[in-house]
Write a protein that binds this ligand. Sequence first.
Ligand SMILES: [Zn+2]
Length: 345
Amino acid sequence: MRGKLVVLLAAGLIAVPSSAQAAPPAAVPPTVQSAPASLIPARPTPAQVATALARVAKASDGRVRLGIIGRSNEGRALRLATIGHGPTRLLYVTQQHGDEPLGTPAAVRALWALGVPDTAWHRWLRSRLTIDVVVQANPDGAVRNQRYNHDPSASGDYTEPGVGYDINRFHNPLTPIEDNPVPESRAVLRHWQATHPRVVIDYHMQGRYLQPDGRETTASLLWPTSPLASDAAVTAARRLAVRNYDAMTLAGANVSRYPGGDYEGIARNAYGILGSASLLIELSDLPADQVELQIRTAFVSMLATAQGAADGSLWRADPARADTIPARGPSLPGAASALLRADAA
Ligand SMILES: [Zn+2]
């Protein structure tokens, strides 16, 4: 991890704040990546998420603040962790699909990395940003290792009848919230309404695919594609995509553009329609020996986004470069993956 961040620093992707800004520290300190390996497993249960978040909050002396934005359909806590008191708000969401876990350990590590150390750089970052993280947005799905929430009464579009709802099809901002049948989606929508984050990133997992050059894809991303999203919101999201593409690529990821749809119930589209710079990130479901790489990819995304939002460089990325991100290629021949499906987002 240290080597990766040094590379990012050298390339200016996790930039040292310029001397023109308030109290700039000399460098991102090495403690930025100091989360202990035992902090959280790769596929944590809701109880393990709760334990890890409590550990982070305690180690941070209160700089990582814990809350609950609602309850799952089965009554489990929908956990929120918050860092900073700055005016620019970011929202990261992990594991809306219960069988797509790796954004969750990445988020817990990012909370540690940004909240536990208390250097000048950390204080600078936290003075500029308020970062909210909905950690494991689908705990009922997580305990069952299933995509959907748990609601045996579910029926209709975007459900598995008798199993539950696809949470990531129920963020439609055009639907009156009292008509939304999915408590996990309602909680995130209400949190958005209460905070109006400038950036929303939603972390998922996909199957296994090839890049145009034949290497294996390790991550894909996409900005809002709904025609209801404003040009300004889409442009901001494309800047965010470029920033994330660069940071993740430099950290060793092979990144492509996700072939997502236009439906406004998808979080990527919904929060773009509402005006945020909104991004979907899909980590590929790679073999076990590459799980750590995948967690680090999401971690780097979270830190690079925070750094870019804090120093403003995020909004100077060239949005036209988003069109140069290669389209996701064909499925990896012979890959065995439960997540290998066309509509995994
Ligand atoms: Zn997903």
